[in-house]
Design a binder for this molecule. Structure first.
Ligand SMILES: Nc1ncnc2c1ncn2[C@@H]1O[C@H](COP(=O)(O)OP(=O)(O)OP(=O)(O)O)[C@@H](O)[C@H]1O
Ligand SMILES: [Mg+2]
Length: 249
């Protein structure tokens, strides 16, 4: 078992008296892709926002690369990259200028920010569109830029909050390929998605969240095996069995 790169212990967060995250604990090994799955409102994004130091937890703590969220938030920030669920791009700037801007926010000097921006644009096969305005980009290109931005500053842990929502198979595959290549180089990933076949394909382990709590956590294969023949049962079957069929919104 690889050493843990992230260890979250009893995270809790309420909004207006409602528990969005109700005591969440899990670990992610170095170089592991860990899936956080769950219906709308389960608490996935809130968990990511706590772990990425955007929100303070009401209780609990986590360590990332040995640093505590509560005691060493600046060190934690230097180790992580975040690909947010809601795109946060400057539509009127070029792709390159977006990457450079976010690189400078990470503390890179101008030269380093530019050179990392070019590397990450190439990774996403967007070099030729470097000078193009984001406003003119397709949905798939914007999602790829979102990932390229998360990679600025060479994070050791990447939070990917639904990075492939609403995009075509080509862009989706490019994103998978990039994540898997980076994982092979030692990057640790926390991944959320509503596409169960996606989680089954790329995640080493997954946690299924519902109502702010983790209701199951294991490898996709073992979770499938728990409810039937793993060759016939899908992760979606497991998900629906554990979280029920009632709508959440
Ligand atoms: N800033 C906020 N203020 C008030 N309530 C919030 C806030 N952020 C999240 N919530 C509530 O907390 C709960 C968990 O939300 P969260 O966004 O973490 O869910 P999620 O699992 O990411 O869902 P989705 O799959 O829709 O992205 C929801 O009930 C949501 O309405
Ligand atoms: Mg969310």
């Amino acid at each position: 078992m690889a050493e843990n790169f992230l260890a979250a212990q009893d995270l809790q967060k309420s909004f207006n008296g409602n528990k969005a995250v109700a005591g969440v604990s899990f670990t992610i090994g170095k170089g592991e892709i860990f899936g956080l799955l769950g219906p709308n409102g389960a608490g996935k994004t809130t968990t990511i926002r706590i772990l990425s130091t955007v929100l303070d937890a009401d209780a609990g703590d986590a360590t990332i690369g040995g640093f505590s969220l509560r005691k060493n938030p600046a060190e934690v920030r230097s180790l992580i990259g975040v690909c947010p669920q809601d795109l946060a791009l400057y539509e009127e700037l070029s792709a390159l200028d977006n990457l450079i801007f976010f690189g400078r926010m990470e503390g890179l000097d101008g030269k380093e920010a530019r050179s990392q921006a070019m590397v990450n644009l190439a990774l996403m096969e967007l070099t030729e569109r470097a000078k193009g305005k984001i406003a003119k980009f397709s949905g798939g290109m914007k999602r790829r830029i979102n990932l390229a931005i998360a990679l600025m500053g060479n994070p050791k842990l990447l939070f990917l909050d639904e990075p492939t929502v609403g995009i075509d198979p080509q862009s989706r595959n490019k994103i998978f390929e990039t994540i898997l290549n980076l994982r092979d180089k030692g990057l640790t990933v926390l991944y959320t998605t509503h596409y169960m076949e996606e989680a089954d394909r790329i995640c080493d382990r997954v946690a299924i969240m519902d109502g702010g709590k983790i209701v199951a956590m294991d490898t996709p294969l073992r979770l499938r095996s728990q409810i039937g023949d793993p060759d016939k049962v899908t992760l979606e079957d497991v998900f629906l069995k554990l979280t029920g069929r009632s709508l959440r919104d």
